[in-house]
Design a protein around this ligand. Structure first.
Ligand SMILES: Cc1ncc(COP(=O)(O)O)c(C=O)c1O
Ligand SMILES: C[C@@H](O)[C@H](N)C(=O)O
Length: 358
């Protein structure tokens, strides 16, 4: 019997708010491929200014934003990109940079905090003297926050150091900033300062910001001009996108201020769950809106049965492995939803049937 709907699978699951729907309904639109959609231009201008870059481009997804960025930076055959072995680009984007872009990946181990050791990055840069044997390194990719590390924030000092290394070796730096606003709020660093060293950033509108669709890539005017062409090649040029950009403009205005609450709710959830025997989560490791919950071997309940039982009570989680569950908090998860989730998990893990009224 489903009691309520608490969707903690991802921050991609949010539904458009009434304010977004109202803005979409009255959105002024035109053909964006022909460069005339007024709200697309307004969103791109606003995002470029927010991120401290010359220009911006709306794209249908974060995956396409990363793919376009890598393809623009690595537009010469035989290019190589240095990226994390646990990065979204490497793990969850179907190897698109290789299958579509012909770009070779050189992975470096991601540390638990989402960074890659800078000395290992520098050691991985191909020496041009070896050109007879080696691909040519042209790009370094970072991810902030780092999703598979549990939403960890890469400090601005680290990003600046990687930027200096890229400049030293005449490379470009791309940031997968799907959750860059989460990092900005958690670190207390303005988003434009956080990405200052980057040549390009892909920013998801459809994650913590809560827009229904889309991402924006930002960079130099020259980069964005090339990106626009690659977007069209990939079929990402769309027509009356003002309907989508209207929602995104509302999302930026209304939801960036809510990210701190998402982080607070995630930390509260993590600290309460950590007190339940059979569960393990480090509340100190929760920096933003993502929690990785481990079910201990001697627990009375398995990951599968916990997720299934919770689903029957309207609580949706993402099973990551036989012992790990991912929980992602977003602006449509209330404090009451957090308490409901804690009570349901507590009852189930401690082996009690759920009481009515939870
Ligand atoms: C870190 C990160 N980058 C990129 C993406 C891709 O975004 P999209 O799902 O819009 O393709 C995601 C998740 O969706 C993500 O978590
Ligand atoms: C699964 C992954 O692609 C997505 N970005 C998420 O975090 O939900």
């Amino acid at each position: 019997m489903v009691k309520r709907n608490v969707d903690l699978r991802s921050d991609t699951v949010t539904k458009p708010t009434e304010a977004m729907r109202a803005a979409m309904a009255i959105a002024e639109v035109d053909d964006d491929v022909l460069g005339n959609d007024p709200l697309a231009l307004k969103l791109e201008t606003e995002m470029a200014k927010l991120m401290g870059k010359e220009a911006a481009l709306f794209v249908p997804s974060g995956t396409m934003g990363n793919l376009i960025s890598v393809l623009v930076h690595c537009d010469i055959r035989g290019s190589e990109v240095i990226l994390g072995d646990n990065s979204h680009i490497h793990v969850y984007e179907n190897g698109g940079i290789a299958t579509i872009g012909g770009v070779h990946s050189r992975t470096i181990k991601n540390n638990d905090d989402g960074t890659m050791d800078i000395d290992l990055i520098e050691a991985a840069i191909r020496n041009p003297k070896g050109e007879l044997f080696f691909p040519t390194t042209r790009l370094i990719c970072l991810e902030n926050t780092h999703a598979n590390s549990g939403g960890k924030c890469l400090p601005v000092e680290y990003i600046d150091k990687v930027g200096e290394l890229a400049t030293k070796h005449d490379l470009k730096l791309h940031i997968d900033g799907a959750r860059i606003f989460n990092a900005s709020i958690a670190l207390g660093v303005s988003v434009d300062r956080l990405v200052q060293a980057a040549d390009s950033v892909s920013v998801c509108l459809s994650k913590g910001l809560g827009a229904p669709v889309g991402s924006v890539i930002v960079g130099s005017k020259s980069f964005i001009a090339k990106a626009k062409r690659v977007r069209k090649t990939l079929g990402g040029g769309m027509r009356q996108i003002g309907i989508l950009c209207a929602a995104a403009l509302v999302a930026i205005k209304d939801n960036v201020p809510k990210l701190a609450t998402d982080h607070h709710n995630a930390k509260l959830l993590a600290s309460e769950l950590n007190q339940i025997n059979g569960l393990k989560v480090d509340p100190e490791s929760v920096e933003t809106n993502i929690i990785f919950l481990e079910i201990e071997q001697d627990s009375k309940i398995s990951v599968e049965s916990l997720c299934k039982n919770l689903e029957e009570h309207g609580i949706l989680l993402m099973q990551e492995s036989s012992s790990r569950i991912r929980i992602v908090v977003h602006h449509q998860i209330s404090a009451s939803d957090v308490n409901y989730t804690i009570n349901c998990i507590k009852q189930l893990v401690c082996g009690y049937p759920l009481q009515n009224g939870y």
